[in-house]
Structure formats: structure tokens, C-alpha cells
Design a protein around this ligand. Structure first.
Ligand SMILES: *Cc1c(COP(=O)(O)O)cnc(C)c1O
Length: 368
């Protein structure tokens, strides 16, 4: 059996650089609650990403939950079934009703032209996702939000460093969330962030992520605990130094995949969009069973037989899970494109430093 190829490998900093930082944390004896490295990372990330107001979190799910709290969203939230479950779970955890809207076939992004029909008097927000790091149609979404008086919270878990015409996607909508989970382009092991656009809102978010404490004896809201600790903040500072090189390595891999697979009938890939600085977070292919001569699941299993582990992101659709499948908007007739993509997708191995020989092994199996 050949060596195992996994869908991702986490971005890990140099241990020799990490150890002195750990020594420093041990010396300071300040482990969490807005410590030295927390403050440094918050600033460094805001600089790197080109945003003014960013709050660190302990993962990428709590910023979604907290954004809905901070904006006092109520009633119904329009979202996409073609995402990681956390997007819809965050809506549910706020006691809100998720309303699913279908996606665009080309990209898997929420289809703005389907949003208006899903708006009711109870709708108060839209939660789109920059799936695979491709930017949503933010202009159209904002236009709809402005017309109907809705807030927009972008789940930007896949969109670390993504820019459109030189401008970060994170400044769009009312807030954007990031995940720094080990499987993401940039990681702090577990971690995340919430981006907003003014100092007062950031202050409120920082209260909410620390139980609502606004002072030693003042609690201004029923907050939660989602603070990042010093060890992971230090880890994150080191990874920030190598994330550009990591994205460049991913890009080289993506270009090789695209070149090698471009003439394989029945295999569709995503392409770079003009003016967009991509992060190559994932490399999804969409398998057309008739043209390819094999189903997506058969190819997925075939890769596994050769010790290659892709992932079917996003299958099954969120709307098919037991918690949500009873919702009117979850009916498959409402979501034909999302169902089609979920039935065709495999995300191929994609990470910084993926070896040429491993890449070739994946390509050979798909071509055969
Ligand atoms: C990873 C991810 C999340 C959740 O992030 P965690 O850090 O794992 O909590 C949310 N939304 C999307 C789209 C994701 O891919």
C-alpha cells in the first residue's frame, strides 16, 4: 500500500521558534483574558487582513453565534444549505429560524436572485458563505439587504486573505467571521475571529465574548466565553509569518491540478475570477457521472482504495440533517442546484507543501 494522502495537512510553525514563546508565556504567568500574545495577534491579523476592527475568538463557530447576538437578530435568517453545519447551527443556537436558499451552479455560492423570494416580514438577516474562498455577489446581496432593511453576516471561514480588486472581502456586510481551525488555510489550532466596522461594535463584541463583563462588577449582556488563550495566540503569530508562502504553494498545486485535469470529460473545476486574490483553500471537483463514466461516490471510494482521502464538502447538505429537514425551505425541490453539487463534489488533497509525486498519484487515479 502506498503512503496515505490526506485531504489537508495543517500549517505548523517551526517548533524551535515556538518554544521560546512558550517560555515567555510561562514567565508571564498570564494564560488567557486578553494577554500579551492575544493583543499582538489581534493587531497583526487586522493589519494582515486589511481590516480595522477584529476580535479574536476561540473557534470559528462562536463568532457566528456572537454576531447574531451582537446585532440582535430575531425571527428568520436566510442562509445556504451548501456549507459546513456550523453556519446553520449558529442560527439555531440563537433560537432563530434558518431559511435555506439555493446556490449558483458555477460556484456553490448563495444565489442572490433567490433571496428576495425567501424574505418574509420576520426576516432580519442574511448569512451567506464565501464557499471555497470564492467571494459572494456582495454588491447584489447588499442591495437586497438595504432594500428590505436586513443585516448581513458573512461566514468567511474559507476566505482568509481573499481580496477583490485589492480590497478584503471582510469589510462587506455588517460583520464577517473567520475560522482558524487546523484544517483551514491559516490556523491557530482552534481559533477564529469576528470582523466589524466600528469601535463601539468591537467593544460590544469583546464584552460578549467575555461573559458580558464590561468591568470588574458590571455585566452588560448575557455573554459567552469565547476567548483565545496565549498559547494559541503565539502559535498564530508564527503561522502568520508563513501564510503567504503557504498560499503560494497552494496556488501552484491548484494550477497543476487544473492543467492536468482540464481535458478529463465529466470533471469540472473552479477557476480563478478576474480581480480576485484567491487563497486556494480547497480544490473541489464536480463529477458528472454520465460524462465521466463513474459516479462521484465510486471515484471517492476508488481514491480511498489507493490510500487517497478526499472529502465530500458539502455533502450531505445541511438542509438534510434531522434538525433542519422538516423546515419548508429544506425541501429538495427548493434546493435543486445545491443537491446537484452535493451529489457531484469531491475536494481533492490540498495543502501547503503537497508533494509533486502525491499530486501525480491523485491525478493518475482520476484520469484512469
Ligand atoms: C470551519 C468552518 C466553520 C467553523 O469553524 P470552527 O473553527 O471549526 O468552529 C464555520 N463555517 C464554515 C463555512 C467552515 O468551513
Amino acid at each position: 500500500m502506498q503512503e496515505k494522502i490526506t485531504v489537508i495537512k495543517p500549517l505548523i510553525p517551526d517548533l524551535d521558534e515556538f518554544i521560546p514563546m512558550l517560555r515567555d508565556i510561562w514567565d508571564r504567568k498570564w494564560l488567557t483574558n486578553n494577554g500579551h500574545y492575544h493583543q499582538e495577534l489581534e493587531k497583526a491579523l487586522a493589519d494582515y487582513l486589511g481590516v480595522q476592527y477584529l476580535s479574536l475568538f476561540t473557534n470559528g463557530t462562536l463568532p457566528l453565534i456572537t454576531a447574531l447576538q451582537a446585532l440582535r437578530i430575531n425571527g428568520e435568517v436566510i442562509t445556504t444549505p451548501y456549507s459546513f453545519v456550523a453556519t446553520t447551527h449558529a442560527i439555531w443556537w440563537n433560537g432563530l429560524k434558518p431559511v435555506f436558499v439555493d446556490v449558483e451552479e458555477e460556484t456553490g455560492l448563495i444565489n442572490p436572485e433567490k433571496i428576495e423570494a425567501a424574505i418574509t416580514p420576520k426576516t432580519s438577516a442574511i448569512m451567506p458563505v464565501h464557499v471555497y474562498g470564492n467571494p459572494c455577489n456582495m454588491e447584489r446581496i447588499q442591495e437586497i439587504a438595504d432594500t428590505y432593511g436586513l443585516k448581513v453576516i458573512y461566514d468567511a471561514a474559507h476566505a482568509f486573505g481573499v481580496k477583490v480588486n485589492g480590497k478584503t472581502v471582510l469589510e462587506n456586510g455588517d460583520m464577517s467571521t473567520l475560522s482558524f481551525h487546523a484544517t483551514k488555510v491559516y490556523t491557530t489550532i482552534e481559533g477564529g475571529a469576528l470582523v466589524c466596522h466600528d469601535a463601539a461594535t468591537k467593544k460590544r463584541i469583546d464584552y460578549l465574548k467575555n461573559f458580558g463583563f464590561a468591568g470588574e462588577t458590571t455585566v452588560v449582556a448575557p455573554g459567552i466565553n469565547s476567548k483565545m488563550d496565549e498559547v494559541r495566540a503565539a502559535y498564530g503569530l508564527l503561522n502568520l509569518k508563513q501564510v503567504d508562502a503557504a498560499i503560494a504553494s497552494r496556488k501552484a498545486t491548484a494550477l497543476k491540478y487544473r492543467e492536468a485535469l482540464k481535458d478529463v470529460p465529466g470533471i469540472r473545476m473552479l477557476h480563478d475570477i478576474e480581480g480576485v486574490h484567491h487563497n486556494y483553500a480547497y480544490f473541489p471537483i464536480f463529477v458528472n457521472e454520465k460524462e465521466y463514466g463513474m459516479s462521484r461516490d465510486a471515484l471517492y471510494e476508488k481514491l480511498k482504495e489507493h490510500n487517497i482521502y478526499g472529502r465530500r464538502y458539502f455533502y450531505p447538505l445541511i438542509s438534510t440533517f434531522s434538525a433542519y429537514k422538516g423546515l419548508d425551505s429544506a425541501s429538495p425541490e427548493n434546493l435543486p442546484v445545491a443537491h446537484k453539487l452535493a451529489g457531484q463534489v469531491i475536494c481533492l488533497p490540498m495543502y501547503a507543501g503537497l508533494k509533486e509525486e502525491d499530486l501525480n498519484r491523485v491525478i493518475e487515479i482520476i484520469k484512469r
